[in-house]
Design a binder for this molecule. Structure first.
Ligand code: PLP
Length: 375
């Protein structure tokens, strides 16, 4: 099997599995207990926060572990908005876990302003600034698009927002950027930043939220006061410790992994064709590639690839049921292309040979579908 859906999830790294077994079996103590073995577990959680923080150019006390990035995003949008009368500005190419929170806020009376990406897939500082005014209380723009891999200029966006609304809280969903591209919180200028473990070789069901020191965030989950009262509930020790182990190892592998050269295998093959769109251009992550085949259906292409032992995605795993892709629609990709979209995503474990085999298979599958459907 060739697995090219790493933006949906990644295979767990052995160093992460080791932590899971260790803290599920031998060191299973509740980190809030007062005896020595439990205190040792607490120290492991603290060390994990240090690892994640250092990867974000932050301090350990600025990290809150959550049950997933969906929770991190919900926390950010539920508790990050201070000026309840203010408006919020959100990009139209957010993951559903931000987009649906914004829609919920809108249904409850908050003014939500959506900013479309441009044709290249980028949400520009200029377009975010144009939607911002003095009453803007909260801004959320995804760092790296889970659909197209385009990387937004978050530091430019932060500066542009602060020039208009200095008190606005700025959030970015960093799930597809973390451990792959530079994610320094001071450089990005954000107050809140969401990450997920299972996109970088960790366990599913674990995430974290960076909360800039000094930002007064009410707890999203109230209870026993764990994580300095910001996120109650006994910590997921296996998930947290395996997250930091995986993230550190993934980031190290990413330093020498040339994702762009794998992406190029596909863009060289399909880039010049009038019936295929390579979605997004300019500053991109090499890890994600979105292709749209005119007149075909993404699901059918993906099934054809699966029949050949190659797994690819259709877009965000959480939104495979959404017929026309929201991000591509906002970029201006027509329905005839958007419905034939597939997402190919790599990890440092992907080999050049796998990418070459998959690119060839994709051409065969789509050519065959064109012949069969006469489109
Ligand atoms: N944000 C982005 C950009 C994602 O790609 C995903 C997962 O697909 C999420 C958030 C949700 O992450 P999780 O599965 O940890 O809830």
């Amino acid at each position: 099997m060739i697995y090219l859906d790493n933006a949906a999830t990644t295979r767990i790294l052995p160093c992460a599995t080791e932590k899971i077994i260790r803290f599920a079996d031998k060191e299973y103590f509740n980190p809030s207990a007062g005896y020595a073995p439990a205190i040792a577990v607490r120290h492991e959680i603290d060390r994990s926060a240090e690892v994640i923080a250092s990867m974000l150019g932050a301090d350990a006390d600025e990290i809150v572990f959550t049950s997933c990035a969906t929770e991190s995003n919900n926390y950010a949008l539920s508790c990050g908005i201070k000026n309840k009368k203010g408006n919020i500005v959100v990009s139209a190419s957010e993951h559903a876990s931000v987009y649906e929170c914004a829609m919920r806020l809108r249904s409850r009376g908050t003014e939500v302003r959506f900013v479309d990406p441009d044709k290249t897939g980028h949400v520009t500082p200029e377009s975010v600034a144009a939607a911002t005014d003095r009453n803007t209380a909260f801004v959320s723009v995804i760092h790296c698009s889970n659909e197209t891999g385009t990387v937004n200029d978050i530091s430019g966006i932060s500066a542009a927002v602060r020039a208009v609304s200095p008190t606005a809280v700025i959030h970015s969903d960093g799930v597809q950027a973390f451990a792959k591209i530079r994610t320094d919180m001071h450089t990005l200028g954000v107050d809140l930043y969401s990450v997920s473990a299972h996109k970088v070789g960790g366990l599913k069901g674990v995430g974290a939220l960076f909360i800039r020191r000094g930002l007064n965030m009410q707890p999203f989950i109230a209870g026993g006061g764990q994580q300095s009262g910001r996120r109650s509930g006994t910590e997921n020790v296996c998930g947290i410790t395996s997250f930091s182990a995986a993230a550190a190892e993934y980031a190290k592998a990413a330093e020498t992994f040339d994702a762009h050269s794998l992406r190029k295998i596909f863009t060289d093959r399909f880039g010049g064709r009038a019936d295929v769109l390579v979605n997004g251009c300019g500053i991109l992550s090499g890890y994600i590639l979105s292709l749209s085949f005119k007149g075909l259906k993404g699901e059918i292409i993906a099934h054809g690839m699966e029949d050949r032992g190659i797994l690819i995605g259709l877009g965000s795993a959480c939104s495979t049921h959404v017929k026309a892709n929201r991000t591509l629609g906002a970029m201006g990709v027509g329905k005839d292309f958007a419905e034939g979209s597939v997402r190919i995503s790599f990890s440092p474990a992907t080999t050049r040979a796998e990418a070459e085999t998959a690119a060839e298979a994709l051409e065969e599958v789509t050519d065959e579908l064109h012949r069969k459907t006469g489109r």
